[in-house]
Design a protein around this ligand. Structure first.
Ligand SMILES: [Fe+2]
Length: 150
């Protein structure tokens, strides 16, 4: 079972690869598919972080990490707004391109801050065993959520 940090990094890579494929697509239908894949993967990722990972870090990581994690909830809020805007969009490709770019620049900032700044500190504060437990909880959470949506 992958630990919490591995799961988070893997989610980030998946979103980036959907975006690469979005950019490489010529057909509107393909672009729409990848746009939807980006939004779904991000929503799932944010829910998993907000329900399992961030609360654990805030509870167990000490004062500094508790404050810093607060900012990540705010960044998620920004991404959610962009995702909602995308869902309300009509078929105009130019608009979708601009909107997806906006979303992805927020994602880039999130990924950079989380991977370079938050995760290394969490790794030190929580330790390998706890991160493995959290990884299992996160995997179960994602699985249950996927089943609910079927
Ligand atoms: Fe993340």
């Amino acid at each position: 079972m992958p630990n919490a940090i591995t799961i988070i990094r893997r989610d980030h890579r998946a979103v980036e690869s959907f975006y690469d494929r979005y950019v490489a697509s010529q057909l509107v239908e393909r672009k729409e598919e990848f746009c939807q894949a980006i939004c779904e993967a991000l929503t799932r990722h944010a829910e998993m972080e907000e329900n399992i990972f961030y609360p654990a870090v805030q509870k167990e990581g000490g004062d500094e990490l508790r404050r810093q994690t607060e900012e990540f909830y705010t960044a998620h809020q920004e991404m959610k707004t962009y995702i909602e805007d995308l869902e309300g969009l009509d078929d105009e490709v130019g608009k979708m391109d601009r909107q997806v770019r906006l979303l992805m620049s927020a994602v880039e900032r999130h990924v950079e801050e989380e991977e370079n700044y938050l995760l290394p500190k969490v790794e030190r504060a929580l330790g390998e065993l706890r991160l493995e437990e959290l990884g299992t909880e996160m995997a179960v959470f994602a699985e249950t959520r996927a089943l609910r949506q079927k």
